[in-house]
Design a protein around this ligand. Structure first.
Ligand code: 5RP
Length: 252
């Protein structure tokens, strides 16, 4: 059994295996069902969240949603939302956001997340920490037992000033976990990746478990030069996971 294409909610026999992007879209469309007219919505960043943004735009065009204000979590999402006709604002004007919908790179069994492999962790964290409800949308490949255990990056945003010093201190913090710290670069030219807030990203790769996430978070944030990290601990209120078998919704 699998999803019937074009009918995001139903689980039915499908004639072919769904692509990862189709699963992302199914999770995104399900999350948009939680959006109500009049809401202030945090608009996430990435290939999963972009389906939610275009769906919200579509429902606005059709008149099925009204008076939505979007708060984009990146310059890229800002552009997409403008092209979809979603009215936009910011946290200065709306310090309380009703609902945010965003993807993640990893989701553990307690609904803690790693975010920021797309580079937008700072604005995402600011906006998603201001939300009454934060729905995280993922396909099943993002589900992990422990954060940082997938061998993929845990991003830390640092100021460009003496970034090597910051990377070294980050590495030292997690020496026991065999941590490797690498500056993120653009693959096409090897230049440092620059975030929307003009910072750099140091990606941490762990050989072992990160350990207590709150302890790790506090230690990272205590380092001068660090702006924010990509662990979103205890922030998601709902996780929607799409897999070939259907949609799973986990609530806090
Ligand atoms: C961007 C993010 C994204 O939400 C995360 O990288 C997931 O992206 P995608 O939906 O493309 O897999 O945190 O900073």
């Amino acid at each position: 059994n699998g999803f019937l294409l074009g009918s995001p909610n139903s689980i039915s026999s499908a004639s072919r295996v769904l692509t990862q992007d189709e699963l992302k879209k199914i999770a995104a469309y399900k999350a948009v069902e939680y959006v109500e007219s009049g809401m202030v919505i945090g608009l996430g960043t990435g290939s999963t969240a972009k389906h939610a943004v275009s769906r919200i735009g579509e429902l606005l065009q059709q008149g099925k949603l009204k008076d939505i204000v979007g708060i984009p979590t990146s310059k890229m999402t800002h552009e997409q939302a403008v092209s979809c006709g979603i009215p936009l604002s910011d946290l200065d004007t709306y310090p309380v956001v009703d609902l945010a919908i965003d993807g993640a790179d990893e989701v553990d069994t307690f609904m803690n997340l790693v975010k920021g492999r797309g580079g937008s962790l700072l604005r995402e964290k600011m906006i998603e920490s201001a939300c009454k409800k934060f729905i995280c949308i993922v396909d099943e490949t993002k589900m992990v037992k422990h954060l940082g255990g997938s061998g993929l990056a845990m991003p830390v945003e640092v100021v460009p000033f003496c970034w090597k010093f910051s990377a070294q201190r980050l590495r030292n913090l997690f020496e026991d976990s065999g941590c490797v710290a690498k500056l993120r670069v653009y693959p096409e030219n090897g230049e440092p990746f620059v975030t929307d807030n003009e910072n750099y990203i140091v990606d941490l790769y762990f050989q072992k478990d990160i350990g207590d996430l709150n302890v790790a978070s506090d230690a990272i944030l205590r380092l001068p030069g660090v702006v924010e990290h990509g662990m979103f601990i205890n922030m998601a209120t709902t996780v929607i996971v799409a897999s070939e078998l259907g949609i799973t919704i986990k609530n806090k």
